[in-house]
Structure formats: structure tokens, C-alpha cells
Design a protein around this ligand. Structure first.
Ligand SMILES: [Zn+2]
Length: 224
């Protein structure tokens, strides 16, 4: 899911087998590890597109003025001495965070690199999800869902597909499947997503789809 004009990242397509045309030999594309520069560029693109989406559309859905969270960005969670601090604790490895007290978003390099091996949609999901938490903290209490993690997934779907509609992101074939696979992997495997806190895989995919199809308004709790 590179921004417009960028070449397709290799991993989105690398797992497919391509057959050459008539007379050609069957060719198999072997996945190569994505260079870290591509990851950093994808993270940057995700940040820019997500922030632009909320800045552009905030007033269509919410009152007040949108302010961007601070982006602390990549950190090394295996080194507590250098990791950002939230609530008096260094942020841990294998995870990503929105920290309300500092109003900042941050993602562990290990989480990003590992997920990126499965496709370049990963950093977009992580960034848009954490941004979704920043959005929640900007909302009146009654607009925050009690299922905070599913609401963040919903806002992630709304902002990524909203950005695509605005033309600030371009989806490649396979990105939708990658996003669903990433949500499933996060629900099943990583410490941030014990079912209790983030919902199970099906719930996460459903929440993301709700945002994708209905936009931010579809992510808000039903009026009583
Ligand atoms: Zn979350």
C-alpha cells in the first residue's frame, strides 16, 4: 500500500506464483525480506495519510478542532533504557501504543519488522489503529465505545480506506487480505491482543470492515 507514484513493494506480490505467457517457463517469485528503508517509508506514509485523513474530515463527524498526536514512532522495546516512558513504565517490545498522558503514538521496531515480513500493509494497520486510540481520547465520553480496541480497529478501517478515497493512499491487489491477515495474526499471536482486550480475530476483522464501509460515524456507539 505505497502512496501514489511509488513502486509496488515486493512483498505484497511476492508470495504469488506467476505463470509466464504462452511458450514461457513457469516462474516462481521467491519472497525476499523487505529492506528496512521500505518499512520506514511505509510507516511515514501511513502516518502522513492517517493524520491527513483525520485533519481533513474531523469536522464532518465531530465538533472541536482536530490536533495531531505526537509521533514518537519507532523505538527499541528490548532496551528499557531508551524506550519511551508511559505511566512511569518503559514501553515494551512486540507492541505498539498510544500513550494518553503524553498524547503520543509509538511502535516497537520488532513488531513492525516481524509483521512486515508478512506484507507491507502491516505498518498501515498498526499506525492507523494506534491513531484510532488518539482519536478516542479526543472524543466526548459518550462517543467512546466500551470495546475500545474494536473501536480503534474500526477507526483504522475508516481512516485507511478514507485516505484511499481521498487519493492519499493507493491499495494494491492483496492489501485487503493482508490487512485481514494482520488483524487475525494480532488477535491470535501478539501480546497486545489477548482476546479480552482486543477481541477475537473475527470481531477485529468485522470492526475494521465496519469502519471501511461506514466511515467514522459507523464506529460510534449507538445512541441510547
Ligand atoms: Zn489498541
Amino acid at each position: 500500500m505505497p502512496s501514489a507514484g511509488r513502486p509496488l513493494a515486493s512483498l505484497a506480490l511476492a508470495a504469488t506464483f506467476s505463470l509466464a505467457g504462452a511458450g514461457g517457463a513457469a516462474a516462481v517469485t521467491v519472497p525476499e525480506p523487505a529492506p528496512v528503508e521500505n518499512l520506514e517509508q511505509d510507516i511515514k506514509t501511513a502516518q502522513t495519510a492517517t493524520d491527513a485523513y483525520w485533519a481533513t474530515h474531523w469536522n464532518e463527524f465531530f465538533t472541536g478542532t482536530y490536533t495531531s498526536p505526537t509521533v514518537v514512532g519507532l523505538y527499541d522495546g528490548t532496551n528499557p533504557a531508551t524506550a519511551p516512558v508511559c505511566g512511569g513504565q518503559p514501553l515494551g517490545p512486540g507492541n505498539a501504543y498510544y500513550c494518553p498522558e503524553g498524547d503520543y503514538v509509538a511502535w516497537d521496531i520488532g513488531l513492525m519488522e516481524t509483521g512486515y515480513l508478512n506484507g507491507d500493509a502491516w505498518p498501515y494497520l498498526v499506525v492507523a489503529h494506534e491513531w484510532g486510540h488518539a482519536v478516542q481520547y479526543r472524543l466526548a465520553e459518550e462517543l467512546r465505545s466500551q470495546a475500545a480496541e474494536l473501536q480503534a480497529d474500526c477507526f483504522a478501517g475508516a481512516s485507511l480506506f478514507g485516505a484511499a478515497a481521498d487519493g492519499t493512499l493507493v491499495f494494491e491487489d492483496g492489501d485487503q487480505q493482508e490487512l485481514e491477515a494482520a488483524l487475525t495474526a494480532l488477535a491470535d499471536q501478539t501480546p497486545w491482543t489477548k482476546a479480552g482486550d482486543h477481541g477475537n480475530a473475527a470481531e477485529r476483522v468485522e470492526a475494521f470492515s465496519t469502519g471501511r464501509e461506514g466511515g467514522p460515524a459507523a464506529c460510534l456507539p449507538e445512541a441510547p
